[in-house]
Structure formats: C-alpha cells, structure tokens
Design a binder for this molecule. Structure first.
Ligand SMILES: O=C(O)CCC(=O)C(=O)O
Length: 324
C-alpha cells in the first residue's frame, strides 16, 4: 500500500498567495522567532569580534567597540574604518547558523507553497550589514533575474529577505515596484557606476509595467517575499543603527541546479539545453524533498563544505559588465 503523503502545513493564506502572484511581493510577519534568529546574531557578533580585532591589530581601528549592542557596534566601527563592514558584506561570510535559518520549518512550509515540495536552497544567500553612510549600503533598482542565467528568467526563484532588526524607511527597508514582475521578463540592466551592482536605469524603470515604487517596512521576525522579476532597491540608511539583514533564495529542483541531486532520465532530458545552474558561481543544495529525502543536506558542516569546495563557474554575461 502506498504511504499516505502528509501535506506540509499552509503558512500563507489563499489571499496572501493571490497577493504575491498579482503584486510580485509579499510582506509576511512572524516567520522567525527570536530564538531562531539569535544564533545567527551570535555568530555574526563572533565574526565581528574577529574582523574588528584584526582592524585594531592593523592600526585601522582604535578599539573594537565590543561594549555596543548588535545594532550600534558596526555603525561606530564604520565611522573609523569602512573596511570592516565591507568584509562582512554579501557572500564573504558563510556561518553555520545560516543553515538552520535557511531550513526554519515555518519558512520552508511557506516556500513550499510557492516553489513546490522539492526545494533547492539557491547559492545566492547574502548577509547585508547596511551601515549608515557606507558606500556599499544603497542597492540600485534591479530584478534578481538580472544576475541569473537567462534560461531561468521565466521560473520562480523566490527571494526571502529578512531583517535581523526592525527594517524601517529610515534605516533602509526594501523598496519594490508592485506588479513590476508583470513586465514580461527581465528589463535591460547595466553595471552601476563605481559599485559592484547591476542597475535598471531610471528611464527603463519608469517605462516598466507596474505601480509607483513603495517602501516595505518589515519587523524583525518577518520577511519580504519577492519574485525574481520584481524590481526592488534599497537606499541610504539615515538612522544611527545598522540595518542587518539576510536574503535567501529558493527554487524548485526541476530547474537547473548544481546541487548534487539525482534525476530521472525524463528530468535530465528536460534540462538537456539548460545551464548548469540558475546561478553557477556558488553552490546550491537540496533543503527539502519527498522524492529524494536521503539527498537533503542535514548538517551545517555539510552545508559549509559544499560552499567551500564548490568550483565556481561564470554566469552568462548578458549586460557586458566588467567586474569579473
Ligand atoms: O538588502 C538590501 O538592501 C538589498 C537586497 C537586495 O537587493 C536583494 O536581496 O536582492
């Protein structure tokens, strides 16, 4: 007798799902508990101890500001040395606590409602310490698919953007262009001047389908879900605290992926023309599965190993950017 499949609990209501598909974004409260976020904050703090200690030893920083709390410490450090924040930005930091965060059951239940039950954690997960007055803090308008392989433009690669402090308009919450994902694909991007980012030029953004851009504040414990075609940006942090956040991404295992998963001959044929992954530079992994349960990554050590040992491959350079 076939085993009865137990459905994962529905976290998103039918109204929330309709909103996401119609608007291209969805703010969701109460996905993460303080207990779930604290190990991430503790490990970031330990990493900050390390890099601040190095900056003090190198004479770039007068002291490590360890007496200040998570929200204020890096802001104070940054007033003396911008390199510390830069060293924590983006994919440079991979911590074991990220793994448990990425597989938070309530989050994966919500993700499953959007990408299906065979879930790949995309390689593109980022830590973002958005420090007041730091040159890397503003992120220009873009669609995440601008960075991915064109082959994956039409599929959903879901972004889960989550703040580790309350994200407000003052400290630099994300701005979205509602319904901009209905433009029909990826609009033209260009390399932003003097920044390691792609951007949609103002005239292209204005001509793109959708409504007036709006800021989406998210309280700690919540997240903002975005489609890979939804234009979004974030601007200066005008507060005196650091807007710490992470962005995680998930996709179906039916899409191209460099995660070491098995495929049926039919699945392989369907991907015969596909690139090696939607984002080949970094390592994807299987995070939830009913059909390949033994291939799901189960430990932070394995997650760290995949990241460390991955052989980077370039992504198609469709915007003629020159930073590679
Ligand atoms: O966190 C930010 O300020 C920008 C995040 C972003 O653009 C993204 O997750 O794609």
């Amino acid at each position: 007798m076939a085993a009865l499949e137990t459905a994962s609990p529905a976290v998103l209501s039918p109204e929330q799902l309709t909103f996401f598909h119609a608007q291209g974004y969805l703010p969701v409260e109460g996905i993460f508990t303080d207990d779930g976020l604290q190990p991430v904050i503790d490990q970031i703090t330990a990493k900050l101890d390390e890099v601040a200690g190095e900056a003090v030893a190198a004479g770039r920083l007068s002291r490590d500001y360890a007496e200040l709390d998570f929200e204020h410490r890096l802001a104070a450090i940054n007033r003396e040395d911008a390199q510390v924040a830069s060293s924590l930005w983006n994919s440079r930091v991979v911590l074991p606590a990220f793994f448990e965060l990425m597989r938070t059951p309530r989050l994966l239940d919500a993700v499953e409602q959007l990408v299906g039950p065979e879930i790949i954690a995309s390689s593109v997960y980022r830590l973002r310490p958005k420090v007041p007055s730091h040159h890397q803090s503003p992120v220009p308008w873009h669609q995440d698919s601008g960075y991915f392989e064109p082959y994956c433009d039409k599929a959903l690669v879901l972004t889960v953007w989550l703040p580790l402090v309350d994200a407000t308009q003052e400290n630099g919450c994300l701005w979205v262009k509602p319904r901009g994902h209905l433009a029909g694909g990826v609009v033209t991007h260009r390399q932003a001047q003097g920044q390691p980012y792609l951007e949609i030029a103002p005239d292209v953004l204005a001509a793109t389908a959708g409504d007036e851009p709006m800021c989406v504040p998210i309280p700690k414990g919540g997240c903002l879900l975005l489609s890979n075609l939804t234009p979004h940006a974030s601007f200066d942090n005008r507060s005196d605290i650091v807007r710490w956040s992470m962005d995680l991404r998930y996709q179906s295992a039916d899409l191209p992926t460099n995660a070491p998963i098995s495929r049926t001959p039919r699945q392989r044929d369907a991907l015969a023309e596909a690139p090696v992954a939607c984002y080949p530079p970094e390592a994807d992994f299987l995070i939830r599965s009913r059909t390949r349960p033994h291939e799901v990554v189960q430990s932070a050590e394995e997650f760290m190993r995949l990241r460390r040992e991955h052989v980077s491959r370039p992504v198609t350079n469709r915007w003629a950017s020159t930073w590679d």
